[in-house]
Ligand binder design. Structure first.
Ligand code: CP3
Length: 358
């Protein structure tokens, strides 16, 4: 790849592909949301679900954080449960998702229809088309979906839970049913993300928020098998693929040979160790503790430094939090974090050197 081509590619996409960058790209999981006064203002008038279903409003909310901060990527404003509603699952947001009839039987699994995104969730695709021409600084737009296992957790338990005991016992009590449900969800998310890419999403991310509930053998058998199925179907889109594995430090060997470009990790993992285990073929995304945004400004810089130092000089690091930003976070802290990541990494000798080497 020529230097010119590298320069013209947004840094976020270059970093996903482990190409040299002028600075480390940074974005924030849940960057559009309740910590922003402008989101709360809109949300005081419109329910969450209506926001996600109204393309003009969902596009507006997606862009809010990019107007305030120099973020290097936008992420579609929606929810991991939205496509399941499109498949006829009756659920409400309170604010976490609550499923009216949790799925536990073969008959319920059989009854789940396939997802046809253009028919079932057209508003999501319309939102993407509205966002694309309006993203500040030409930052790329990330499309996303829930990991099949994480979706299973909500479908089987019916509501957010600390341990998701009903979902975990379901894997052991009805393993074949669990596999069938996961296959259906894997195919639905492949269709969903494929349609997002066709509508203009420039990278695709699967959130496996509850990966850390499983020991490696069960993670491999259930969660990872389903993710392979989804990701294999998405390679032909040609856009970078990201798999976020929350609480996944025991699962890095498992995901090392998954065919994705980027692995996202939470703050409990050490990025240097993660990169060693994953090897040179994967970029990494993360992993500042969302709680670190409550530190005094100088302390926050030291915590950002620690993440950058652990990630090291090799290309292929996308700075992010280790999980979603908390609603109580000060927007000023986010601005300080984003600006400092840029300042520190555009000055770092290794960034300059690797930027001119290619
Ligand atoms: O900015 C972005 O990151 C895009 C928006 C986004 C939302 N949900 C909006 C949202 C994204 C990427 C998600 C993904 C999501 N949703 C995940 C995976 C990521 C993660 O955090 O682990 C999960 C597990 C869900 C399920 C979900 N939806 C929960 C647990 C909740 C309630 C928790 C909370 O934050 O209160 C939701 C509701 C939800 N999704 C809100 C937002 C902004 C809050 C709704 C409101 O405004 O009242």
């Amino acid at each position: 790849m020529s230097v010119q081509a590298v320069r013209n590619t947004p840094v976020f996409l270059s970093a996903c592909l482990r190409q040299p960058v002028s600075h480390t790209p940074v974005w924030v999981m849940r960057q559009a949301g309740r910590y922003l006064p402008e989101y709360r203002e809109l949300r005081s008038k419109v329910a969450f679900e209506a926001l996600t279903r109204t393309p003009e409003l969902a596009a507006e909310v997606t862009l809010q954080p990019l107007r305030r901060f120099e973020l290097d990527a936008a992420i579609l404003f929606s929810d991991i449960m939205t496509p399941l509603q499109g498949m006829g699952v009756d659920l409400t947001f309170e604010p976490g998702p609550v499923v009216a009839k949790p799925i536990r039987t073969d008959a319920q699994i059989d009854a789940l229809p396939e997802l046809v995104p253009e028919r079932d969730v057209p508003f999501v695709l319309e939102t993407i088309k509205l966002i694309r021409p309006n993203v500040p600084r030409g930052a790329p737009l990330i499309g996303f979906a829930g990991g099949p296992f994480t979706l299973l957790c909500y479908l089987v338990c019916g509501r957010p839970s600390k341990e998701f005991g009903a979902a975990r016992s379901f894997l052991y009590a009805q393993p074949q049913a669990a596999e069938r449900l996961l296959d259906k969800l894997a195919d639905a998310m492949a269709a969903y993300l494929g349609a997002q890419a066709a509508a203009g999403a420039q990278a695709l991310m699967l959130f496996e928020s509850w990966a850390g509930l499983l020991a490696p053998p069960e993670f491999n058998r259930f969660a990872l098998r389903a993710v392979r199925r989804t990701m294999a179907a998405l390679r032909s889109t040609g856009v970078p693929l990201i798999y976020y594995v929350n609480q996944g430090s025991a699962l890095m060997e498992s995901v090392a040979d998954l065919d994705v470009d980027v692995i996202g990790v939470d703050w409990r993992s050490q990025l240097g160790t993660v990169r060693r285990v994953l090897g040179p073929e994967k970029a990494v995304q993360g992993n500042l503790d969302p709680a670190a945004l409550f530190a005094e400004p100088d302390e926050l810089k030291r915590h950002v430094d620690a993440v950058l130092d652990a990630a090291g000089p090799a290309p292929g690091h996308i700075f992010n939090l280790g999980h979603g930003i908390w609603p109580e976070t000060s927007p000023d802290a986010v601005a300080r974090m984003v600006d400092y990541v840029h300042e520190r990494t555009s000055l770092a000798p290794f960034s300059r050197a690797s930027g001119t080497e290619s």
